[in-house]
Write a protein that binds this ligand. Structure first.
Ligand code: C5P
Length: 313
């Protein structure tokens, strides 16, 4: 039953891609992927105030975000209401946006995941997490991951999940992005297809062989002491046309304590990994001017082992 008197604040963390390989093309037109996604502490916060007048409204603290039907938050709320079959369910949503938009950090997807978790509770629907993950993939490939977050292997078009239960989560992260640049995800995948389709794998056994390599990679074996390289296939198409990505990766490559660095998702945000959060904080203090002079905004944050969390009000 919907609880009118209760409201919720939900924390929605961003993600980075520790690994992103494009394996081939699927029958549904999406790409078959092998990824490792990791939640980080940089988060949006979403307040939800339920009503029984059936209205779903959204307001936010930033100007350059559409709050209409194409926003994933509205799509998620409407989808859940429709599935419930109860036309009286409504909610007033206030989004406090901290995750940069169009950045490859799943900002829109994590907000949608937060709405599904929050409204499932506020509207008294009590659907299981696995069911929410399942329906969430109808509106975005990264949303299923965002629901439980942490570190997960993501296959299929991103929605087939294998959770890594225990991992070395204390690595520190420096995240950087040019605030004036956004990358369209469909553009990045289309460009990748245009350039690399002839190399695509086509057989299921070949996909599975790639998945097995990811399942036995350093990220699962916790062997992270030496500097190592990361794979993000989309970097191959975004980097040549996005100078800020080249700048960011050049800066990380010159920081001795940075153990690994890459672009996240379809970019243009990039991240560097450090022994722990203290090391990331200290490095950010030292390198702040270098990032700023290259037009990059920088954050330090930590990896975290959970996705959406609710804060009762
Ligand atoms: O699923 P989502 O809406 O996040 O995907 C955005 C776009 O990214 C898709 O329309 C498609 O162009 C591309 N994409 C893809 N293969 C995937 C995921 C996304 O080609 N596995």
């Amino acid at each position: 039953m919907s609880n009118q008197n209760k409201s919720l604040i939900v924390r929605a963390p961003a993600k980075i891609n520790l690994h992103l390989e494009v394996l081939g093309l699927r029958n549904d037109g999406y790409h078959e992927l092998a990824m490792i996604m990791q939640s980080i502490s940089l988060s949006d916060y979403i307040e939800m105030y339920p009503n029984i007048e059936g209205s779903i409204t959204l307001q936010t603290n930033i100007d350059n975000l559409t709050i209409g039907e194409d926003n994933l938050i509205i799509k998620a709320a409407k989808m859940l209401k429709e599935i419930s079959g109860d036309k009286s369910l409504g909610v007033k949503i206030n989004l406090i946006k901290n995750i940069p938009i169009g950045a490859g950090l799943a900002g829109g997807s994590t907000d949608a995941a937060a709405i599904l978790i929050g409204l499932n509770s506020l509207w008294g629907l009590n659907y299981k997490l696995e069911y929410l993950e399942n329906i969430s993939s109808r509106i975005g490939s990264d949303i299923p991951f965002c629901i439980q977050g942490g570190r997960q292997l993501c296959f299929g078009r991103g929605e087939v999940l294998e959770k890594v239960e225990s991992f070395n989560s204390n690595l520190g992260v420096i995240l950087v992005k040019d605030p004036t640049v956004q990358v369209s995800t469909p553009w990045a995948y289309n460009k990748y297809k245009e350039l690399f389709e002839s190399d695509y794998l086509t057989e299921e056994y070949a996909f599975e062989r790639k998945r097995n390599l990811v399942r036995t990679s350093n990220w699962i074996k916790h062997n992270l002491n030496e500097p190592f390289s990361l794979i993000n296939d989309l970097q191959k198409v975004v980097l040549p046309v996005t100078p800020s990505v080249q700048n960011a990766l050049d800066i990380f490559s010159n920081i001795p304590d940075c153990v690994a660095y890459a672009m996240s998702g379809s970019g243009p945000s990039c991240f560097g990994l450090f022994r722990d959060l203290n090391m990331a904080n200290a490095t950010l203090n030292k390198c702040k001017d270098t990032f700023t002079q290259s037009g990059l905004t920088a954050w330090s944050c930590s990896m975290q082992s959970e996705g959406i969390t609710t804060i009762d009000q």
